[in-house]
Write a protein that binds this ligand. Structure first.
Ligand code: NDP
Length: 483
């Protein structure tokens, strides 16, 4: 039976309720309503294994390739390929590694060590802020094992403290140059890689040796998959939550600092800051500040609620996020681009539209879920599907509501479409001469489309026929009428 109701008829929230049906399932080993695969599938399909192994090896290579193109080939993505295969006088792969990768990082002597010290200081500083700066307490969604975790939601305060400290330290006291991040970019990328790999390994071992919540530890039959997608769900040391810290602190806070540093570097080199650099700084700051103003909401997104903490999140937050998300501003230091008025107006309008939809979609889900279905959506009572599921061990039946009106009735992932629109705007401001800054929109498409498949597979496993009903009512994933 599938219940489609308006808020007036809402009776169930997202609370865990012991269930006779769940007990019956325990006895019979079969649940008729849902297939209780919420959590981690035991068996990893060969194709999944291949994709994961590919990403494990190539994601770091892609990041370094882009950094080398940026720092050694004036932003030309074809630079290394040209040098290795197409130029009249090609170089060997080992010459490429020594001249273009190793030497720029290792020289001048002592520079890498200095960068490593800066990076470690940055990590410790952020960890200190994360556990000491005051902020409200937020709660995540119930985990598959039934834990409802508490979080110190102080991201906005940490962001403000960090940025004031950076600006005052640079321009007020001269403790460091404002261009420090841009100047150390190549070396920093290596420090980030080392940290990202060490963190992934640490979390992998910790999951088996000293898990924070043993009931939420999940493994599959593939070690590579376990390492990549994570084993522990919410690793913590003391009050430091690894997911929130790595994504919401060292990853996202660094994003806007990179932009400020690059604007300073552009000014240092050209005596001016272009309107495109200002727009990227503002656009990214809006995105980042939106995240922090709504950090409590982030506790109920896929990263926190569903993903385990492995290489994907650990290395992704430590390396991919600050480097690949902030691609435009380092590029514009060496390729300053002044937009004409029409371009400024059109790109700004598209960005505002994207941001409005992005915020509204996420807000609708948030007020809908937190009001237990009683919120008004676009001025009308919310319509929804009352879906039930059982916890991963099958012991408890829970209820959850799937919104079918507002943006969530237009497409199942309208928020991703809006995200993509904003991402495109970040790229367009850089001009049309190079492909490198457009790498951002390409990776966002891959990331969000992959996320759609992952999320829907998980929702199908969690909600079973209720999810099928939602897909029947809202047939489009991303673009209404197309897909
Ligand atoms: P969503 O906010 O879309 O959350 C998906 C989850 O919401 C599902 O797993 C399900 O979880 C629940 N859900 C699905 N359909 C409904 C519905 N109809 N009604 C109520 N709940 C529903 O995804 P994300 O967490 O991935 O994204 C959050 C935001 O962050 C998005 O705006 C996205 O664009 C952005 N984002 C940005 C990224 C970036 O790199 N810039 C990366 C990833 C996300 P449940 O089990 O609770 O039912």
């Amino acid at each position: 039976m599938c219940l489609v109701k308006t808020a007036a008829g809402a009776s169930k929230g997202a609370k865990a309720v012991p269930s006779d049906q769940a007990n019956a399932k325990l006895q019979s080993g079969k649940d008729e309503a849902n297939e209780p695969t919420w959590g981690r599938n035991k068996h990893v399909k060969p194709l999944t294994w291949v994709i994961v192994a590919f990403l494990l090896f190539f994601a770091p290579v892609i990041v370094e390739y882009v950094v080398v193109c940026m720092t050694q080939y004036d932003g030309a993505l074809s630079g290394p390929i040209n040098d290795l295969f197409l130029a009249e006088e090609t170089i060997t792969f080992s010459e490429f590694l020594i001249e273009k990768v190793y030497k720029p990082i290792a020289e001048p002597e002592g520079f890498f060590l200095q960068t490593a010290k800066i990076y470690v200081t940055w990590l410790l500083f952020q960890a200190l802020l994360a556990v000491t700066v005051p902020g409200p307490i937020g709660y995540g969604q119930s985990t598959p094992a039934g834990h409802k975790l508490e979080y110190l939601v102080n991201g906005l305060n940490c962001w403000v403290v960090t940025h004031i400290f950076f600006v005052v330290g640079a321009w007020g006291f001269g403790w460091w140059k404002p261009t420090i991040i841009y100047d150390h970019w190549a070396q920093l990328s290596i420090c980030m890689h080392l940290y990202g790999f060490a963190l992934s390994l640490f979390c992998y071992i910790k999951a088996f040796v000293a898990p924070t919540h043993a009931g939420d530890v999940k493994t599959s039959d593939s070690m590579v998959f376990n390492f990549f997608m994570g084993v522990e769900f919410n690793p913590r040391i003391g009050s430091l939550d690894f997911k929130l810290f790595h994504n919401g602190r060292i990853g996202i806070i660094l994003w806007t600092l990179v932009n400020i540093s690059c604007a300073a570097a552009q000014y240092e080199r050209h005596g001016d800051i272009t309107n495109s650099m200002i727009m990227v700084n503002i656009g990214h700051a809006v995105y980042v500040l939106d995240f922090f103003f709504n950090e409590d909401w982030y506790l109920r997104t896929i990263d926190i609620c569903h993903d385990h903490f492995g290489f994907y999140l650990a290395w992704g937050d430590a390396v991919w996020l600050p480097i690949m998300y902030a691609l435009q501003s380092p590029f514009m230091v060496t390729h300053p681009h002044e937009l004409n008025t029409n371009e400024v107006v059109v790109i700004s309008a598209f960005f505002c539209l994207g941001y409005y939809i992005f915020r509204d979609v996420n807000h609708q889900k948030d007020i809908f879920r937190s009001s237990n279905g009683k919120a008004l959506i676009w001025g009308k009572k919310a319509t929804y599907i009352d879906a039930t599921y059982v916890t991963a061990d099958g012991s408890t039946r829970n209820s959850s509501l799937l919104l079918t009106s507002g943006w969530w009735g237009v497409a199942r992932h309208s928020n991703y479409l809006a995200d993509l629109l904003m991402s495109l705007c970040f790229c367009l401001v850089t001009g049309y001469t190079h492909a490198l800054p457009y790498f951002y929109i390409c990776q966002m498409i891959c990331l969000l489309v992959g996320r759609i498949y992952r999320d829907e597979g998980r929702c199908k496993g969690k909600y079973g026929k209720f999810w099928d009903e939602y897909c029947a009512q809202v047939p489009y994933r991303l673009i209404p009428g197309i897909w």
